[in-house]
Design a protein around this ligand. Sequence first.
Ligand code: TXA
Ligand code: MG
Length: 541
Amino acid sequence: MPETKRLNFTPENTELAGKILREGGLVAIPTETVYGLAANAFNGEACARIFAAKGRPSDNPLIVHIASLDQWPALVAEVPEAAVRLAEAFWPGPLSIILPKSDKIPDQVSGGLDTVAVRMPSHPAAAAVIRAAGVPLAAPSANLSGSPSPTTAQHVLRDLQGRIDAVLDGGACEVGVESTVISLAGKTPRVLRPGGISVEQLRAVLGEVEVDEAVLHQLAPGQQAVSPGMKYKHYSPKTRIIIVKGSFAAFQKFVSNKKDCAALCFACEGEQLDIPFIEVGREHDSLSQAHRLFDALRRVDELGVSVAYARCPDTDGVGLAVLNRLLRAAAFTVVDLNGAAVIGLTGPTGAGKSTVADILQKKHAFAWIDADQTARSVTEKGSPLLPVLAEHFGADILDEAGALIRSKLAARAFASPEKTALLNQLTHPAVTERIFAQVARLSAAGTKAVLIDAAALYESKIDKLCAFTAVVTASEPVRLRRIMARDGLDEPAARLRMKAQLSAEDYEKNADVIVRNEPPFDVETEAEKIFERYKELTENE
Ligand code: TXA
Ligand code: MG
């Protein structure tokens, strides 16, 4: 396709956009929520091109946009009374209403479902283009599938230049997050995606309104999403996002001095931090956060860090939509600073991590999670991870009963650095999730601090979820002797095992606290350094 035309919002360009759409083309248009990538909703082929341009999975249905109420009845089987009340209260505006579809809706629009989502946008440019086209317009957000929704024409062009006919530039979108999607196709009205219209506003009109579980929770593998869009990873920058719950003071201490990290924080907070930052609206002002969120998620990659810690938004009003988008951008990774302090404990093999963990457990009632044991537990028989591993590493890594043959997986996975990385990429999220479920249980039971004992703490990036990390070290000859005695290995075997890990220097370089476990140091005194650091972090809160 030739270059994408950028059209200013003028009467002539509105007519031109209408003409392109009538002829089966694709035009990105501004709406009050985000930019939409529009096509004639009655033209299945044109709608199919939307999926190709975005790289969108074809089972994810499109929202149909109308400019007047008289366009609605042709799209749906029937317009029930509850739908009329919603339209009266919130249209034109950021609300999409799902009803059983009419047979005029092509399968490409409904993604094979028997329902269709309709909304009447309030942005004058959107309304004008729909009128100019003379037909309802099917339009998903005008981004490449998986990346943050576009809130400016520049965002659209960055993703879709050369893939669509034109973009109508109407300036920055006011709301900034997509419309609320409510289904009236079931018994009780149900919010499938929170957005510009809040659940509280919907309840004021309809009474009982359910909020779908997928809004704030990750679907279990294999669990069916009511709204297909909820099952895909969304809104993700390349930078890893981690949501941090807690006060600003706790956040400030948590991120302080963290290397290779940035903050997504609220207005006036950034300059109080010692890491790079992007401010996303004002605290307790969800509207201002929604307005800034997607632009911030796009800009975060420019900071050149590997992790961005995001302050956690409130969940009332539009805040629910902000949190919903942020949770997806973060792949549901949340650190809760109101719970137990999480401390990473690592070190080269033979240095004596367990000794140190044991001391802190006895002396200060720190809890202790063995991450290596957790890693084994996620690949136990029946785990949803096993079929995924079999797909990538060969069906014969499972025995006849479906249990993992660990030696076979290890042989394949450690055959090359790429394969090792693939194994980590497939297993680490499940391991991390299980570890943090354990942390949540321990916090609920009143535990003040949890040590995560992981040999590959830094490689697995679990360190990024810890308040700080401690490395236990000892000199090489001492470690060698300990491994040989502990595991009954001869010297070459023990050396081989030591070589498979990070070097002692690399461990120490990453550490916030170094604990020396060999004479002349007293390990009890050394372990106390971890407790001191923990105390510093939790004081004055
Ligand atoms: O604000 C918005 O809604 C923007 C602007 C352009 O209007 N559009 C938008 O579309 O966000 P999209 O395609 O990015 O997101 C539509 C969401 C998806 O999660 C999709 O799965 C869901 O709505 N959806 C659409 N039709 C549905 C249906 N019939 N049943 C269930 N979910 C549906
Ligand atoms: Mg979208």
